[in-house]
Ligand binder design. Structure first.
Ligand code: AMP
Ligand code: MG
Length: 344
């Protein structure tokens, strides 16, 4: 299949909408990462997403809307509680996904057989235009091959999906750079399943106490069931082995410089670069969690393109605020391999 590269023009948006309405797959920009979209109401079209990505069928998808009214218009949920209304008012459109009891129109392919559905209203103007052009809600996971880092540019999507999907719409670089925050309202108290650009503190300021799922910061124990099926898979990983190093600035710099081997590289704060004597990739600015979110996947992909790199010494980001999302992705990229430099 030839994959069309489309742009932000009236004609191209119309083309993307037609492809989607006819059951095709289109890579679309959002403010979080690029999504791989299909008509959310068409189980056959949605099944193609899993094939294109090599995604396990038990990992449900997020349904993207371009108007709050779409939820009622398309019977996407069976209940829209007060807390959902408060969150939608405050954080939509934006990088928050809310999980609710699913409505009658949601095919099993979208919810992976669960009785809940994940809904998000993206803020990216081009994403909204494409959803409106399609005229239906769009189911879309990240537009990467399953397991590899999420795409934050159209070139990343092409790299993984060229020949596997009908089109990609180029909307430039994603501003947030990490996937949305996922909160389920199907449990009491509401539970954070995946941290993202909207922080736990911001959510609590609107709806009061929330629980943080164990799998957000820790490895699932053998046999433990994931509340969010996506959390159980190895994720976001470049081909090289990644080791996360927890410790101070000087501890990190000393360890890395002393364990230099030819195939090793650093994934470090911009401020560390001048003190390191090996190849280094940016994890953004120290203490600036949004810059780290923005850089992370792009740097993991740059590491993948550099075939000489077989081992990556990554800084351990602070799990505060948006840092929790960066930590959550990077520890999975490292397969939970962490060295505590203070304990050496
Ligand atoms: P992706 O779009 O690739 O970032 O994946 C969507 C994420 O949302 C995955 O981690 C899913 O496990 C999670 N998710 C989607 N729907 C549900 C649901 N109904 N219940 C729990 N988690 C969900
Ligand atoms: Mg994904």
């Amino acid at each position: 299949m030839k994959t069309l590269l489309l742009h932000d023009t009236e004609q191209d948006i119309k083309t993307a909408g037609e492809i989607l309405r006819n059951g095709g797959l289109v890579g679309i920009p959002t403010e979080t990462v690029y999504g791989l979209a299909a008509n959310a109401l068409d189980g056959r079209a949605v099944a193609e997403i899993f094939k294109a990505k090599g995604r396990p069928m038990d990992n449900p998808l997020i349904v993207h809307i371009a108007d709050i009214e779409d939820i009622a218009r398309f019977s996407l949920v069976s209940e829209f509680p007060e807390k959902a209304r408060l969150l939608a008012e405050k954080f939509w459109s934006g990088p928050l996904t809310i999980i609710l009891p699913k409505g009658s129109s949601i095919p099993d392919e979208v919810s992976a057989g669960l009785d809940t559905v994940a809904i998000r209203f993206p803020s990216h103007p081009l994403a909204q235009k494409i959803i409106k052009s399609a005229g239906v809600p769009l189911a879309a996971p990240s537009a990467n091959l399953s397991g590899s880092p999420s795409p934050t540019t159209a070139a990343h999507v092409m790299n993984d999906m060229d020949g596997r999907i009908n089109a990609v719409v180029d909307g430039g670089e994603c501003s947030v750079g990490l996937e949305s925050t996922v909160l389920t309202l199907a449990s009491d108290p509401p539970r954070l399943l995946r941290p993202g650009g909207i922080t736990a503190e911001q959510l609590e300021a609107v709806i009061g106490k929330i629980a943080i799922d164990d799998a957000v910061l820790n490895k699932l124990r053998d046999g433990e069931k994931a509340a969010s099926p996506g959390m159980k898979y190895k994720h976001y990983a470049p081909k090289a082995r990644v080791i996360m190093l927890r410790g101070s600035d000087s501890g990190y710099i000393n360890y890395v410089n002393n364990h230099k081997i030819e195939a090793a590289a650093a994934l470090c704060y911009d401020e560390d670069m001048k003190s390191l004597t090996l190849k280094a990739f940016s994890l953004g600015k120290r203490g600036d969690y949004s810059s780290q979110a923005h850089r992370l996947f792009s740097s993991l992909r740059a590491i993948d393109r550099d075939e000489s790199v077989k081992l990556v010494y990554a800084r351990c980001p602070s799990p505060k605020g948006v840092g929790m999302a960066v930590y959550n992705r990077l520890i999975r990229a490292a397969g939970f391999e962490v060295i505590d430099l203070e304990k050496l």
